[in-house]
Design a protein around this ligand. Structure first.
Ligand SMILES: [Zn+2]
Length: 434
């Protein structure tokens, strides 16, 4: 169990959710200081229910807020969860961000669907430091997919004393273009590097930066990114792989075979992860794992994970960033009984898959007139080509009833990102640069 040095008064309250994007023009300087407030909490539950247990408030050492000063309320309706910060005195929405969680993945597994199989996951949310007392709402969607507050905390900056956080080491600038308030700030965390791996780590940082910025739409937006590398060398190299009988005490405690899926390489130690990068101003996290077995994973506004594999990382990394930054769905089909996601008769939240229940709310406006819906896949495309935009059956792990925008895409088979995925990625990038 993690340290609980700061006990926080909190209450579980069910309130009406509403759309935080309905209000605009929050004046950053009136409500916030240029610092990053962090809330560590535990989410405990199973398929039927879950609850959040606050652990501690911290102020990150970066001494600044990495996000935009003008785009404070999240206009993108994606993700199962949302952080909403409200002014205590007036109830006005001040800051919001949607996100997904590893817990959400867990509850789709066989173990997670069992009501008796309760698990606990660390979660972390970041927000600009309030100047006045605020309500911090941890929200989740109800059956109609409207956000409802599940846990409400109060935070009063006038009585809060931030616990000291020692300075971390080894922050390496990799691609720095200016003011973090107007950039997409990415931190690459080195995982599984032993004492002898320092040079390899520095080389891999550069490789990962190049892999990300080599793909469109990252390539033409390269000047909108700041990239930093953070590494802490461990006693031994590699990460835990239960299938290979290997157990390693690595920097952020990651492991293959998460939820019984051998290629699912993730960490559940979120507090440790955010402690390690506490000196950097960051919007997004990449974990770069020094191991030679294929693996990775990613969660929207949470982190992206990829093993360092010479033949594969240049494709795995942008694919995972499609999830973690863009909130995109996988467009491939996978008949895996461990992962039993069903969309039934509603539209998935992700922008790049549809059940055709409300295609106009998806990418119908990007389909050329006369294209049949559903659309037959194009044969003989080049490896990187997408083919025309339509609605092709098979996506979101399901062979039937779910449709994707193109025959091929980075989110399906490592082709280029399709036009629908590129559009969403650019919309997300714009949230950070204004
Ligand atoms: Zn796509």
């Amino acid at each position: 169990m993690k340290t609980k040095s700061w006990i926080i008064a909190f209450a579980l309250v069910c309130l009406v959710g509403g759309n935080a994007s309905a209000q605009i023009n929050v004046d950053f300087d009136e409500y916030f200081e240029n610092k990053t407030l962090r809330l560590d909490y535990l989410r405990q539950g199973c398929k039927k229910h879950d609850t959040c247990i606050a652990q501690q408030w911290l102020v990150q050492n970066s001494k600044m807020w990495a996000g935009s000063l003008t785009q404070l309320l999240d206009p993108i309706d994606n993700g199962e969860y949302r952080l909403l910060v409200k002014d205590y005195a007036t109830g006005r929405d001040l800051y919001s961000r949607c996100y997904n969680t590893l817990f959400e993945e867990y509850r789709e597994t066989i173990a997670g669907r069992d009501k008796d199989s309760v698990a606990t996951f660390e979660e972390v949310v970041l927000m600009p430091m309030p100047k006045k007392k605020v309500m911090v709402c941890l929200q989740k969607r109800d059956a109609k997919e409207i956000f409802q507050t599940a846990t409400q905390l109060t935070f009063d900056p006038t009585t809060f004393r931030a616990p000291a956080m020692p300075t971390a080491k080894n922050c390496i600038p990799l691609h720095v273009n200016g003011d973090p308030h107007k950039k997409i700030d990415v931190v690459i965390v080195a995982e599984g590097y032993g004492i002898k791996d320092k040079k390899k780590m520095e080389k891999d940082f550069k490789k990962f930066t190049e892999y990300m910025l080599a793909q469109e739409p990252f390539k033409s937006r390269a000047k909108d990114f700041n990239v930093w590398g953070v590494g802490e060398l461990a006693k031994e190299s590699g990460v835990t792989d239960p299938n290979a009988g290997r157990y390693v005490e690595s920097a952020v405690g990651s492991s293959y075979d998460i939820f019984g899926m051998d290629r699912y390489l993730m960490t559940t130690e979120l507090f440790k992860l955010h402690n390690l990068i506490r000196d950097v101003a960051y919007d997004h996290i990449i974990i770069m794992a020094n191991c030679d077995t294929y693996g990775g994973g990613a969660i929207y506004n949470y982190y992206a994970f990829s093993a360092v594999l010479d033949k594969w990382s240049m494709w795995i990394l942008p694919h995972e960033l499609g999830h973690s930054i863009g909130g995109l769905a996988d467009e491939y089909v996978e008949d895996d009984p461990n992962y039993n996601k069903r969309y039934e008769d509603h539209e998935p939240l992700e922008p790049n898959i549809t059940t055709l229940n409300n295609f106009d709310s998806k990418w119908a406006d990007m389909v050329k007139k006369g294209t049949p819906i559903p659309t037959e896949p194009v044969e003989g495309l080049g490896k990187r080509d997408n083919g025309p935009v339509g609605a092709y059956e098979g996506g979101g792990y399901l062979a039937k009833g779910v449709y994707r925008p193109c025959t091929q895409c980075m989110m399906r088979n490592y082709a280029d990102f399709c036009p629908v995925c590129k559009k969403r990625m650019n919309e997300v990038f714009d949230l950070y640069v204004k």
